[in-house]
Ligand binder design. Structure first.
Ligand code: GDP
Ligand code: IMO
Ligand code: MG
Length: 427
């Protein structure tokens, strides 16, 4: 048995989908273990782009077991739409497995998400408004509804009725928004239950069984380290645990089984949603990166904030995730720049430090200490061997590895499967 894991090291959208798609070719099983349809992973095959929200990116390989693990929150309507979209494109989704312990997202979660953002006003998080936070909140509050509940109409009716009544009181008396009708929601979700029933499994056991049979398992992270509920830029985070340890919990697998942990690092930084971003560029270079890379959210279409690579953040991610390799993506986006900066420390009140602070007001005020490197100013998108990359490009990569203390395992020079340079062969 061999395992590998793909983790975001920044604020998401690093290109995890592309790296998972590359590694999935060699894996027997692909497992998603946290997050929900707040994720948007893009896989490009022969120029055709596929967007994945809840489905593991391994679904692109027919017959490969794809598991939506216990730690994921599932919006059944969204999942079914995603399945139908793939079926219409002729992709076989028969090998999908959905954990019977995963929690279900309901329309009242989405409404709470919207209402909370509205209430926060200028202090809003900038969530994807998919009800992710409120669904995880119900789970932690032990009032959530799981896939297994959905499979039993009587148990489901009781739990849903209780939740709808309770949430309606909130909507009526606190948020002052429209209430929900239990009956229609119940019927709608029973329909989803029947559609999803064939895929529902006790994935804690199926994944264990795959491992016992010696199969290779790939864990697909969603979101990223800086969005981790505990270790990210709280409260500007998501409500799950995108770090490597989160995959143990969400997939129900012990830490001894986690190997080959890839941290995906975009060659620059982006963030969608609010919160501190020390190396953000509110200038022509930031605009250049956004337009050249088309940095607009896959899920919400919002423009992504762009900036230089922040090695302080990636080093923090390397530590929290025990990264074995870096996968550097979107390196080609930097092709035209004459010089490139890397943030390697922070400065505040004349003092320099290189740790990622918990204090967001401090993080908001720090000034990055930059190192400037010469650009390569040539098109690298057709290069397939590391030694063929321009010298300045290799120097940039070597410096990232040095500043973060993690060797580079994969370099991506374009969105397509083929545009990948592999230094570490795993699985
Ligand atoms: P994820 O959420 O981490 O899976 O990333 P997204 O799919 O949201 O965003 C990454 C975007 O970058 C997608 O549009 C990918 O097709 C694209 N992409 C991935 N790797 C590369 C690369 O090396 N170069 C370029 N130009 N695009 C890339
Ligand atoms: P992938 O997997 C980028 C951000 C939102 C917001 C915060 C909380 O594609 O990298 P939420 O809806 O989760 O409660 O929003 O987290 N966010 C992401 N940003 N990529 C993602 O996923 C994200 N998922 C959530 O923008 O700032
Ligand atoms: Mg994304």
């Amino acid at each position: 048995m061999t395992t590998a894991m793909v983790i975001g090291t920044q604020w998401g959208d690093e290109g995890k989908g592309k790296i998972v798609d590359y590694l999935a070719a060699r894996a027997d099983v692909v497992v998603r273990s946290q997050g929900g349809n707040n994720a948007g992973h893009t896989v490009v095959v022969n120029g055709q782009a596929f967007a994945l929200r809840l489905l593991p990116s391994g679904i692109m390989y027919p017959g490969k077991a794809c598991v939506i693990g216990t730690g994921v929150v599932i919006d059944p309507k969204g999942l079914i739409a995603e399945l139908d979209n793939f079926i219409a494109k002729g992709i076989d989704v028969g090998a999908l497995e959905i954990s019977d312990r995963a929690h279900v997202v309901f329309p009242y979660h989405v409404r709470i998400d919207e209402a909370e953002e509205q209430l926060k006003g200028a202090k809003k998080i900038g969530t994807t408004k998919n009800g992710i936070g409120p669904c995880y909140a119900d789970k932690v509050n032990r009032i959530g509804i799981r896939i297994i509940d959905l499979m039993n109409p009587d148990i489901f009716a009781e739990k849903l009725r209780w939740n709808v009544e309770r949430k309606n009181r909130l909507f009526r008396d606190f948020y002052h928004v429209e209430e929900f009708d239990f009956e229609s929601m119940y019927r709608e979700y029973l329909g989803y239950a029947e559609r999803l029933r064939p895929f529902v499994k006790d994935t804690n056991y199926t994944v264990y069984q795959y491992m016992a049979e010696g199969k290779s398992i790939l864990f697909e992270g969603a979101q990223a380290t800086m969005l981790d509920l505990d270790h990210g830029t709280y409260p500007f985070v998501t409500s799950s645990h995108p770090i490597a340890g989160g995959a143990c919990i969400g997939a129900g697998i012990g830490p001894h089984n986690m190997e080959n942990i890839f941290g995906v690092v975009k060659a620059y930084s982006t963030r969608v949603g609010a919160g501190p971003f020390p190396t953000e560029l509110n200038d022509a270079i930031g605009d250049h990166l956004r337009e050249r890379a088309h940095e607009y959210g896959t899920v919400t279409g919002r423009p992504r904030r762009c900036g230089w690579l922040d090695a302080v953040g990636v080093r923090y991610a390397a530590m929290l995730n025990t990264l074995d390799y870096l996968a550097i993506t979107r390196l080609d986006i930097l092709d035209e720049l004459a010089t490139i900066k890397i943030g390697k420390a922070y400065r505040h009140n004349g003092e320099e430090f290189d740790r990622y602070p918990a204090d967001l007001s401090l993080l908001d005020q720090v000034e990055p200490v930059y190192e400037e490197l010469p650009g390569w100013q040539e098109d690298i998108s057709g290069i397939r061997r590391y030694e063929d990359l321009p010298e300045n490009c290799r120097k940039y990569l070597a410096r990232i590895a040095e500043l973060t203390g993690v060797p580079i395992g994969i370099v991506s020079v374009g969105p397509d499967r083929e545009q990948t340079i592999v230094l570490a062969e795993v699985l």
